[in-house]
Design a protein around this ligand. Structure first.
Ligand SMILES: Nc1ncnc2c1ncn2[C@@H]1O[C@H](COP(=O)(O)OP(=O)(O)O)[C@@H](O)[C@H]1O
Ligand SMILES: CC(=O)OP(=O)(O)O
Ligand SMILES: [Mg+2]
Length: 403
């Protein structure tokens, strides 16, 4: 069975085509700048050179059509015709309280995803465009949806409720949902397999630190708490998102600076975090380089980023009454030895001993970066949200065929 995985954003659409017989990636790529004058398609067929194409792609329907064109292209293609695509799996950021696991797309499922637009205005409408675009281009192909929030549905109410009037939860479902669940779930499973221990026996903190960043406390293999909240704005300091701030700052700034709701939202989501403090970039690579060149603001941004991460790891160690595994993943977690070192060196009291040589090794494989004597095992585990989406999609479609 061949499964196409799609992660549709408002102006981009990332894809990977899997052959589920051996879980190999036949091709991957992305369409960027959808709706703008020059959209860019980057297509990477396995074992062949990357192809880039600039054209006008005004809507997601056209973007999906271009993806199919690329996949079936005479020269750059990896399949003979679109009939070889057996199923499509989508990443959906917000599944609210309704979706505790992945499901096949039906009219009811689409209705529920639409109902959640309010809770994830930046993400869910774009995902829905991805689903309808596939419906138009591949009308008979089953589709599945895999939610960022699903893994965190095991959190106890002490973790997910906010101490605000309860009526707001009843009326508007205001609560912590948590995100990056597919990634936290994948890396926790990989970490346990690497250690040769049952996942259920571990007290793990998983740090998914990429553009968006979140920590999860994983107890007995289940999400016990996580740093992102009702939306992906809460928690850690991120590339352009503030993470935790005093909520009173919001009305205060709106009043003093005469900002609208949209403006204050944009300030906290797009103009805060690393970019705001460094004044340079949201990208950890550029921050680290500037810091090494002596830039004080870059150093402050780096130090704040690390400090806030350490506080969450400490908080989750306390929340679970201990920690035995610390996992780093996503763009920064997998690639920045400097961030991992700064974090681990500041929390040795937890029983963490970093091995500098191991930490400096660059690899795409899961690996241990703590010393053999370290009580807490520190691992780098490359995430693979797409593979988990492909697996869930495959299982759901297979089950539907056999029932
Ligand atoms: N070699 C590196 N060193 C430090 N940071 C890196 C490196 N490579 C990637 N990153 C960071 O990873 C971030 C992207 O992470 P990623 O998980 O790909 O994000 P997303 O999936 O949210 O777009 C970049 O913004 C960059 O800061
Ligand atoms: C939920 C979220 O923040 O996702 P991303 O890291 O892809 O921005
Ligand atoms: Mg990501």
């Amino acid at each position: 069975m061949k499964v196409l995985v799609i992660n549709a954003g408002s102006s981009s659409l990332k894809y990977q085509l899997y052959d589920m017989r051996d879980e190999s990636v036949l091709a991957s790529g992305r369409v960027e700048r959808i709706g703008m004058d020059s959209s860019i398609v980057t297509h990477e067929p396995a074992g062949k050179p990357e192809v880039r194409d600039v054209s006008e792609i005004l809507e997601h329907v056209t973007a999906v059509k271009r993806v199919i064109d690329m996949l079936t292209h005479k020269e750059h293609g990896v399949i003979g015709s679109m009939n070889e695509i057996d199923a499509v799996g989508h990443r959906i950021v917000h599944g609210g309280e309704v979706f505790k696991s992945s499901v096949l797309v039906t009219q009811d499922v689409k209705l529920e995803i639409r109902r959640l637009f309010d809770l994830a205005p930046l993400h869910n409408p774009a995902h829905m465009m991805g689903i309808t675009a596939v419906e138009s281009n591949l009308p008979h192909v089953p589709q599945a949806v895999v939610f960022d929030t699903a893994f965190h549905q095991t959190m106890p109410n002490t973790s997910y409720l906010y101490p605000i009037p309860k009526v707001l939860y009843r009326r508007h479902k205001i609560r912590r949902y948590g995100f990056h669940g597919t990634s936290h779930s994948y890396v926790s499973g990989q970490a346990a397999a690497y250690l040769g221990m049952p996942l259920k026996s571990l007290k793990m903190v998983s740090c998914h630190i990429g553009n968006g960043a979140s920590c999860a406390a994983i107890l007995n293999g289940e999400s016990f708490d996580t740093s992102m909240g009702m939306t992906p704005l809460e928690g850690l300091m991120m590339g352009t998102r503030s993470g935790d701030i005093d909520p009173a700052i919001v009305p205060f700034v709106m009043n003093k600076e005469e900002l609208t709701l949209n403006e204050v939202n944009s300030m906290l989501n797009k103009h805060s975090g690393m970019i705001a403090i460094s004044g340079i970039s949201s990208d950890m690579r550029e921050i680290t380089e500037a810091m090494e060149d002596g830039d004080k603001n870059a150093k402050l941004a780096f130090d704040m980023y690390v400090y806030r991460l350490k506080k969450y790891i400490g908080a989750y160690a306390a929340a679970m009454n201990g920690i035995d595994t610390l996992v780093f993943t996503a763009g920064v977690g997998e690639n920045s030895a400097a961030v991992r070192k700064a974090v681990c060196e500041g929390i040795t009291f937890l029983g963490i001993e970093l091995d500098d040589e191991r930490n400096a090794i660059r690899s795409k494989e899961a690996r241990e970066i703590s010393k053999d004597s370290s009580r807490v095992k520190v691992l780098v585990v490359p995430t693979n949200e797409e593979l988990l989406i492909a697996r869930d999609t495959y299982e759901l479609v297979k089950a539907a065929h056999s029932s």
